[in-house]
Design a protein around this ligand. Structure first.
Ligand code: 2HG
Ligand code: ZN
Length: 453
């Protein structure tokens, strides 16, 4: 390791090689606190050339590397699990000038989502991806996990925004294709391949992003229902009848009560209800009237609150966005981020607490998610970090319904042993073949995504 540290210092300058154990420790625990690894060195390159030279040096020394952005991942995919070198991308945070004609921007892998959103807005455009970790998470990490978030129903996931990519492969070679041409059928689509590759194929140093028209008028409402099935049907009706719909987030009474307890917020409506939908409509003109009309036509709405102004809208959003921190306040959760076919979603949500209780009677289950995408975030607290019997039960249940074991957080280390629930042996072989071609020595994030051989 000493020789590697010297070589890394020659590439990035000694100041950008961190080896003080206390400093390094802060890079080795994931945001949830569930995944704790170890490393002796963090390297912070400042350019794509330096990233390439770091990868070459690590390859020469046979050292594995974990790329890390904002360290907001939820599946243990961005921390060194077995002594890997941490390659921090935070210094690659440049946001280029917005191409106003094309509606595109090129940004560094270490730029935060929040900075990119602001740069787009300043230029009269918008970036379609958004979620609560916006001010810490980075575009490189968003690409690595193919992050989804709150507005997938309107704009798609990160893969749908990435028009071009620059990355350093496990060989140390730089692949760069950032022209942003919308029509460009010149072979394999590396942006699509790298989105969701979790740092196993290349280190993402820059991305060319598609921007979307801004939606200056926005209205937010909270709808309450007697049960999950009613909320799921209402979300489908809103998708069909409300073209300005930009978010439909499912919450349950237990989660709302937890958020109120942890944040001190009052209950959002006069009475508690079993299920809630946070609905947002947005567009070039005020969508308040069309949202009110659409809500009037819904069946099973027990109570409604419409935000009259942006302060109240933010307060309603806070009930949803604070779920993650409120759950974490109870101790490191097990997070099972699944997608269900629409027809199975309500059944799944209603069954999960009993399935968890059957395995771990003292655990608590928290459910919320992006209902229009079929994406439910199952959080379970009160479990030992290494006890994965509940994960097995919940992921198997989701797969049994024809669902996916990862909607948007990725596989990481948390779910790699269940990849076979969604991917055939032939697919996993193909994944291994691609990995071997782009990272022949297997040095890039070797302990995530693919099942241990
Ligand atoms: C969200 O939707 C994030 O807020 C985090 O994907 C979900 O905390 C979670 O499980
Ligand atoms: Zn989410």
């Amino acid at each position: 390791m000493d020789g590697l540290v010297v070589d890394l210092g020659e590439v990035v300058g000694p100041d950008q090689v961190l080896s003080d154990p206390e400093v390094v420790a802060s890079y080795t625990v994931d945001w949830t606190g569930r995944f704790r690894g170890a490393s002796t060195v963090v390297v912070r390159p400042g350019s794509v050339a330096e990233v390439a030279a770091v990868v070459v040096a690590c390859r020469r020394h046979g050292a594995a590397v974990v790329p890390q952005g904002g360290n907001t991942g939820m599946v243990g995919g961005g921390v060194p699990l077995a002594g890997e070198v941490v390659l921090s991308l935070r210094r690659l945070d440049a946001v280029g000038d917005v191409d106003r004609l094309a509606g595109q921007v090129t940004v560094g892998g270490g730029a935060t989502l929040g900075t990119v959103r602001q740069a787009a807005a300043d230029a009269g455009w918008a970036y379609g991806v958004d979620f609560a970790a916006r001010d810490s998470c980075t575009i490189g990490g968003n690409v690595g996990t193919n992050a989804g978030g709150l507005r997938v129903l309107r704009y798609g996931d990160t893969r749908a925004q990435v028009l071009g990519i620059e990355a350093v492969l496990g060989t140390g070679q730089v692949v760069s294709h950032l022209g942003g041409l919308l029509k460009d059928n010149t072979g394999y689509a590396l942006p699509a391949l790298l989105c969701g590759s979790e740092g196993t194929l290349g280190v993402v140093t820059a991305a060319r992003l598609r921007l979307v028209p801004p939606s200056p008028h926005r209205v937010v409402a909270l709808l309450a229902f007697g049960g999950t099935a009613e909320a799921v049907s209402a979300a489908a009706e809103l998708r069909r009848g409300l073209p300005s719909l930009s978010a439909t987030e499912l919450m349950l009474q237990s989660g709302i009560a937890l958020v109120c307890r942890v944040t001190g917020a009052p209950l959002p409506l006069a009475d508690p209800h079993p299920a809630y939908l946070l609905v947002e409509a947005a567009g070039p003109a005020d969508p308040t009237g069309e949202l009110a009309d659409a809500v009037d036509h819904l069946v099973g709405v027990a109570e409604v609150a419409v935000a009259e102004d942006s302060v109240r809208a933010a307060a309603l959003w806070r009930y949803r966005e604070a779920h993650t921190e409120a759950v974490n306040a109870l101790g490191p959760p097990h997070k099972m981020d699944v997608t269900l076919p629409a027809a199975a979603l309500a059944d799944f949500v209603d069954r999960v607490p009993d399935e968890v209780a059957a395995v771990a009677p003292r655990a608590e289950t928290w459910l919320f998610g992006h209902v229009a995408d079929g994406n439910v975030h199952v959080n379970v607290t009160g479990l030992d970090p290494d006890d994965d019997r509940v994960d097995d039960a919940v992921l198997s249940l989701a797969a049994g319904y024809g669902g996916s074991i990862s909607a948007e957080h990725g596989i990481g280390t948390a779910k790699r042993r269940w990849l076979h629930l969604n991917r055939t042996a032939a697919e996993i072989d193909a994944f291994r073949g691609i990995k071997a071609a782009l990272d022949p020595d297997g040095i890039l994030n070797p302990n995530v995504l693919l099942p241990a051989p």
